[in-house]
Design a protein around this ligand. Structure first.
Ligand SMILES: Nc1nc2c(c(=O)[nH]1)N[C@H]1C(S)=C(S)[C@@H](COP(=O)(O)O)O[C@H]1N2
Ligand SMILES: [Mo]
Length: 327
């Protein structure tokens, strides 16, 4: 997705490679633990960890009871989750958001909920934080570029917010519009995408209990580079559907335009369900590279699962649809 408008061929860049020191350390640790009882304990402790690394204010969440919300896979390290990002408002390099997103001011912050709803309302972020109990959900995030992470998010189902604003019978889709402020976001001066970043879901997708309104990760408030103070996490769709730093949620009667579809409609469809059987026009989607795994770029790729492994939960939403046409 780098410099998409130049139609350049996407390939691994140096920023895709785990910094050598980090990689060596990790390799030694894994080698040292492999096959021992400690390896299992280390993995279990990583999953049980709800207290964050202590960099940001705590935002604990109770373990989610939503089916599919708690994968037992090894978590991606906090360092990787916060230093390997796509947030084009801060630049197109994976390291750019981690370096520059300190410029983002997350207070005051409001989210306007409007359009086809009986109770439109502009929520203050601190009101949104208290709207529903916080849950921890461990989701895989799979980027359309072919890498993936496993992240312990904190938030609640977007459905909780949707119920409170009471969509009208005309509400068929939900549009998510994110902040585009040149003063805080240097990338917005570039023409790499049409700003503001905009995404959309069908109403039933938005109402699905797995669709998360995310306020944090690793038991702490959302790091800026991951989309503070509030973002979407839609685990069965490619990462770009999970809009960061949302300022507006609009209920509409027609399928809304989205930033990536507008930029390259032949490459990025509206649905964007993770689908190993539908290749991106420029690369295969059959496998993925788990960020942070020993071996870096040369680690064995994992097969990508239909709907990113959430098929049991979400496939019924698409019954009767041709997902090769509606990619
Ligand atoms: N506002 C905004 N949201 C965005 C993006 C972006 O560039 N701007 N990138 C998307 C893409 S392509 C991915 S893969 C995920 C990455 O989320 P992460 O950095 O928290 O892993 O955010 C998505 N949300
Ligand atoms: Mo992505």
């Amino acid at each position: 997705m780098h410099f998409l408008k130049d139609r350049g061929f996407t390939h691994a860049t140096p920023s895709d490679i785990t910094p050598r020191g980090v990689y060596e350390q990790r390799r030694q640790l894994i080698k040292g633990l492999a096959g021992t009882a400690l390896a299992g304990i280390a993995a279990r402790d990583a999953i049980a960890q709800t207290s964050g690394p202590g960099k940001l204010p705590a935002l604990p969440g109770a373990k989610s009871s939503v089916p599919g919300a708690m994968t037992m896979e090894k978590l991606t390290s906090y360092t990787d989750v916060t230093s390997y990002n796509n947030f084009y408002e801060y630049g197109t390099d994976k390291a750019d958001p981690g370096r520059a997103a300190h410029m983002l001011k997350t207070r005051p912050w409001t989210v306007a909920v409007e359009g086809e709803v009986k109770k439109p309302k502009t929520f203050d972020i601190d009101e949104l934080l208290k709207l529903s109990p916080m849950e921890e959900r461990i989701y895989r995030l799979r980027c359309v570029e072919g890498w993936s992470m496993v992240i312990p998010w904190v938030g609640y189902s977007l459905a909780e917010l949707i119920k409170r604003v009471e969509p009208t019978g005309n509400a068929k889709f939900v549009q998510f519009i994110t902040l585009a402020d040149k003063a805080q976001m240097p990338g917005v001066r570039s023409g790499v995408l049409d700003w503001p970043y905009s995404e959309g879901l069908r109403l039933d997708e938005a109402m699905h209990p797995l669709t998360l309104l995310g306020f944090g990760l690793y038991g702490e408030v959302m790091p800026n580079q991951n989309g503070a103070p509030v973002r979407l996490v839609v685990p069965w769709k490619y990462g770009f559907k999970s809009a960061k730093s949302i300022v507006k949620i609009r209920f509409v009667d027609k399928q809304p335009p989205t930033s990536w579809q507008t930029a390259a409609p032949q490459e990025y469809g509206f649905y964007s369900n993770v689908n190993p059987a539908v290749d991106h026009p420029r690369w295969s989607q059959a496998t993925e590279r788990r960020i942070g795994e020993a071996g870096g770029l040369f680690a064995k790729r994992k097969p990508t699962l239909p709907f990113n492994g959430y098929e049991a939960q979400v496939a019924p939403l698409y019954a009767g649809m041709d997902l090769k046409k509606n990619f």
